[in-house]
Design a binder for this molecule. Structure first.
Ligand code: ARG
Length: 271
């Protein structure tokens, strides 16, 4: 092969490489926003999946209201989700340590949590509820005094119980997951648990023979769930835009009805 030919071959090859590289970058750019077949950016999501109907395991798959809603929002915003059942503490630590992009766990938006994480717009209204074994007498939150109480560690159920019986009360047992807390109730290691209203009601619905009853109390404040993001993350705005779209286009309502069999009260979320 003569030298000039070699040179032009090299030039052709080089431009092919450049062209391919250029195609590659274009593809990635488009992939973030378009809903075609292009690869979308994958976001890592952590959850504590023993919290039906929001997130729970069904035949080995993580499912629930939160999963449907966050998936619809991700679709709208042009992202793919990789959801992992990390557990509650690891989810929060993973967000703080920036290994996770989103925390999805029926997480209540709270003043002190806002110092560490960003939150989406509120997507669900909740409050604490007491679930108790029917052989103990509990008619109101005040009746928790002197009872053995189970809570999921680091959740608003714990704080609601502490408001009644005191922060360092030895009557409060803290469990790592909502499932362990309900197990303690079932095996009568505790008289009552304090958890989120929809979760308490779902437990009773799914375990009608366990002799568990529920009671609420006006002392328990209204709470609002949000998806949690790393502090300062640009994803927060992108997911807010997506969620607001789902509130408007009927998709939120559809998902809500699927899990709760009733119409959502969108006004109370947007107040
Ligand atoms: N809403 C309560 C809180 O944020 C409880 C959430 C617990 N979530 C769960 N997936 N176990 O403190």
């Amino acid at each position: 092969m003569s030298f000039p030919l070699k040179k032009s071959l090299f030039a052709i090859l080089a431009s092919c490489v450049l062209l391919l590289a250029a195609c590659g970058t274009n593809k990635e750019d488009a992939g973030n926003k378009e809903n075609g077949t292009e690869a979308k950016k994958v976001l890592n999501v952590g959850t504590e999946a023993t919290f039906a109907p929001f997130e729970f395991m069904d035949k080995g798959e993580i499912t629930g209201f939160d999963i449907d809603l966050l998936s619809a929002a991700a679709e709208e915003a042009g992202y793919e989700l990789k959801i992992e059942n990390t557990g509650w503490d690891a989810m929060l630590a993973g967000l703080q340590g920036k290994q996770l992009d989103i925390g999805m766990s029926g997480i209540t938006i709270k003043e002190d949590r806002l110092k560490t994480y960003d939150f989406s717009v509120p997507y669900f209204e909740s409050t604490s509820m007491i679930a108790f074994n029917k052989d103990v007498k509990i008619n109101s939150a005040e009746d928790l005094k002197g009872k053995k109480i189970g809570v999921q560690n680091g959740t608003t159920g714990q704080y609601s119980a502490e408001d009644i019986v005191g922060k360092n009360s030895s009557d409060i047992s803290k469990y790592e997951t909502a499932a362990l807390m309900f197990q303690a109730l079932q095996s009568k290691n505790v008289d009552a648990v304090v958890t989120d209203i929809a979760v308490a009601l779902e437990y009773v619905k799914n375990n009608p023979d366990n002799g568990v009853q529920t009671v609420g109390d006006k002392q328990f404040d209204a709470e609002y769930y949000g998806f949690a993001f790393q502090k300062g993350s640009e994803l927060t705005d992108e997911f807010d835009t997506a969620l607001n779209k789902l509130f408007e286009n009927g998709k939120y309502e559809e998902i809500y009805k699927k899990w709760f069999n009733e119409e959502p009260n969108l006004k109370s979320l947007q107040e």
